[in-house]
Every structure is written in C-alpha cells, then in structure tokens.
Design a binder for this molecule. Structure first.
Ligand code: ATP
Ligand code: MG
Length: 416
C-alpha cells in the first residue's frame, strides 16, 4: 500500500482576490493531482503581499506533504514568491546560468534592453530541481524542506500546464512512488431534491470512505460523485460498481444517466428510438428549451421546428390561439398552455408538442405571482397533459427551471 500524499495548492496573485481572473490554475492542478492519487486538502489564494504569503507558506509547510505554488515568479516587484519562500524554507537564491542565458538571448533577439529586474527570472533555490520552461521565461522548481516537497510554477496558465504535464507530474510520480489510481463516476438524478436524495442514502453516504459518495446540487438536478482510490483501474471500477448498485436499488427510478449524459440527450435518444418528433411553443423560455436539443448533432431528424411566441399577439397570430381563450383565461393559464401544445403540434406536424407559458418576473402579471409556470405536453390525438409549477428564484433561474422541468416531464413520459 502506498503512502498517502496530502497536498495543498497556493495560488499567488492579488488579481485573483480582486475577482479579476478566476483561479483556473488551482482547478486544473487539483484534477491532475487527483489523477495521480494525491489528496488535495487545501486551496489557498493569497495576494502579492510578503507577510500574508509568508503566513500561508508556513502553515502549508507544517501540515502538507506536498505544496504547489503558482504565480509571482515573474520579473516585477510585486512578484514575491521566491523571496518569501527563501525565508520560509531557509533557502539561498542563486542564478541558473542556463535560464539567464535564455532570458538574455530573448532580449538580444528582440532588440530590447534588458532591465535588471529580468535577471530575477533566472533566480532559483540552490539545490532545487529546475524544470525548464519552453513556453516562457521563469522556470519551475522542486525543493524539499523537512518532510515537505515544494513545487513552484509560473502563474501564466499555458506555462504552468506545459511544465506540469511534461515534467512535474512525471517527477512527482517517481519521487513519491505513486501507483494509485482515482476512479470516479457521476450519477445524475432528476425529479428528486438534494435533501430527499441525501435522506434516502444517508447511511451509505456516511459509511463510505472509499469510494466516497458526495452529493452536488445543480439547477433542477442532483448529482452524486462516487470516487474510488485503488491500485488499478479495474479494482477501482469494481468498487464503484458495488456502491452504485446499492444506490440505484434505492433511488434508481430518479437516475437518468452518468458522467457526460445530459437530460436533453436522454430525451433526444428516446425520441429517436421511438421515431418521434418534437416541437415546442415557448413563451417565457424564449426558445431555450428547443435550443438545448438543437445543440445535439442529429437534432434535425427529430425537430421539425418550434415557435417562440412571447407577446399575446404572436400567440394569437402565429400560434393561432383563439383570442377568446386568452380573454377568458389569460396567457398564463392551463387552458393557454394546453392550446399552445396542441397548436404547435398541428402547425409543425410533430408527434409531440410541448408548451411553456408563465411569469418569470420581475413583476406579477395577469394576477399570477412571479414563478407561476404552466408546461403542457400533447401527443398525437391524446388529451394534453398540463402541469403547473411555482418556481422560486430570479428571472433566469425560473426560466432555467422551466426548461429543466420540461425535459424531466418528457423524459418520464417517454420512458414509460
Ligand atoms: P509572469 O512572469 O508573467 O509575471 P508569474 O509567475 O509572476 O508570471 P503572475 O504574475 O502571478 O505569474 O501571473 C501571470 C498571469 O497569469 C496573470 O496575469 C494571470 O493572467 C495568470 N494567472 C496567474 N495565476 C493564475 C491562476 N491561479 N489561475 C489563472 N490564471 C492565473
Ligand atoms: Mg508576474
């Protein structure tokens, strides 16, 4: 059994804290480290500030086996990573002649004057393993302090990724004698809330340490991530299968797929299998529903067309909803949803029509509170089925919820 390597990532840069850029480096690094079986227990983001960076590094040095630092290795005065690390890890800084030559060459070749600052990019810790940067100037480094290994990488994502993929990961694999695989699978659920799912599975979720079972809630969907650590992929998969079966025994009815599956793709597949065509009449969703299916290659064979009919007049003129019906019941009504689904099916000559009408806010309309949504499904000569919902959230959330719910209804309808 290999020893656990517990790691943390320190991302340096005030622009990260100011929200000017997203910390994509930490995300990318976490995935790569997880692939190697390294546990990432902390992400730190810290500004270009000597004392705060020092605090964070001291803490990391105490508690982690491996620390990966990105950013702050450049030539400018705010790039402090090396200077702080030299103090915390008790290292001396020397110039790497090979890097220095490369930096000098760059300036000569481009006819630029090299300022003294640029020499900083060739500064490395004496005794460190240097990873030469083919994409930029500042190299990466590995050095040890006590029991802790430290990797330093430039902040520029392209440079960081290239160094990591080609040099650092192979180095870490050898250095830590890593032979562990992390296998994960995401199960996707619809039509069951996160809390109910967690309730149903609470004993399984609590008892599992390997594989771990972690719920994640999205908009109108819940996913469970199963993650197993094992020495081979086959063993990991077997472990995942075992806990997956236990989970599906209880809540399999709500599970529509795994990993890259999407609910719209499942609906697309079912329609194709059954040789059915689908069109939508969309008011508050504004075409968002049908757009999701049309994004799938091959959609042309199952989607003849759809109608976005937002204002009342377009419902009357284009979708041919009787004016009288709207006068009697309003557009946000069961009756209107029913007629919309029926008419779009007729106009497009599809086998299924689905309609969306409601109030996405911000203000109440037709005396219906924000979040009132009717979704209608009409199939061939069958009576339309109308569902009424009261969704919470802002305009965008209500519209997205409606789309998701439309797919959920269709999925359940087609599956049975
Ligand atoms: P440089 O030599 O370019 O100065 P550096 O190692 O000093 O590199 P930074 O100055 O901290 O790195 O960052 C350089 C650029 O890389 C930033 O402007 C930013 O666009 C990007 N960057 C830095 N850190 C991250 C991060 N954690 N995630 C995504 N992008 C980042
Ligand atoms: Mg910089």
């Amino acid at each position: 059994m290999m020893k656990n390597v517990n790691a943390e990532i320190i991302s340096v840069g005030s622009e990260l804290l100011l929200g000017q850029i997203a910390n994509t480096n930490a995300q990318w690094l976490s995935k790569r480290l997880a692939d190697l079986g390294i546990n990432v227990f902390f992400h730190h983001t810290v500004g270009d500030n000597f004392n705060r960076l020092e605090d964070v590094m001291k803490l990391a040095d105490k508690r982690s086996d491996l620390v990966i630092v990105t950013g702050g290795l450049g030539p400018t005065d705010d790039d402090l990573t090396r200077e702080v690390a030299a103090v915390v890890l008790d290292k001396t800084i020397t110039t790497d002649e090979e890097v220095l030559r490369k930096v000098e060459q760059y300036f000569t070749k481009n006819n630029l004057r090299m300022s003294e600052n640029n020499r900083k990019q060739a500064h490395v810790f004496s005794g460190a393993k240097v990873f030469y940067n083919t994409e930029g100037m500042a190299p990466g480094m590995f050095t040890s302090h006590g029991q802790t290994g430290w990797v330093f990488l430039p902040g520029v994502p392209r440079e960081m990724k290239s160094l990591m993929s080609t040099q650092v990961l192979p180095f870490l694999t050898a250095h830590y004698q890593l032979n562990q695989k992390i296998i994960s699978k995401v199960l996707k659920f619809i039509g069951i809330g996160e809390s109910l799912l967690e309730d149903e599975l609470s004993d399984i979720i609590r008892a599992q340490t390997n594989p771990t079972v972690a719920p994640l809630a999205g908009e109108g969907e819940v996913t469970l991530r199963l993650t197993a650590k094992a020495t081979t992929e086959a063993i990991g998969l077997e472990m995942i299968n075992e806990v997956e079966s236990k989970i599906l025994e209880r809540v399999g009815a709500y599970c529509y797929g795994a990993d890259e599956d999407s609910i719209e793709y499942k609906v697309f597949e079912l329609l194709r299998e059954k040789n059915m065509t689908l069109s939508s009449a969309e008011s508050l969703t504004g075409g968002r529903f049908i757009e999701r299916i049309i994004s799938i290659p091959g959609a042309s064979s199952i989607i003849p067309g759809s109608i976005v009919c937002y204002q009342e007049e377009s419902k009357i003129n284009v979708l041919q909803i009787p004016r009288k019906l709207i006068q009697d019941y309003g557009t946000i009504s069961k009756q209107c949803a029913s007629q919309m689904a029926t008419n779009v099916l007729d106009i497009m000559k599809s086998t299924i029509g689905i309609s969306f009408t409601g109030n996405a806010g911000p203000n109440a309309a037709e005396n219906k509170p924000v979040g009132t949504v009717f979704i209608g499904i009409k199939r061939d000569a069958e009576e339309p089925i109308i569902h009424e919902y009261q969704f919470k959230g802002n305009r965008d959330t209500i519209r997205n919820r409606s789309v998701k719910k439309g797919f959920e209804l269709l999925y359940n309808y087609l599956k049975n």
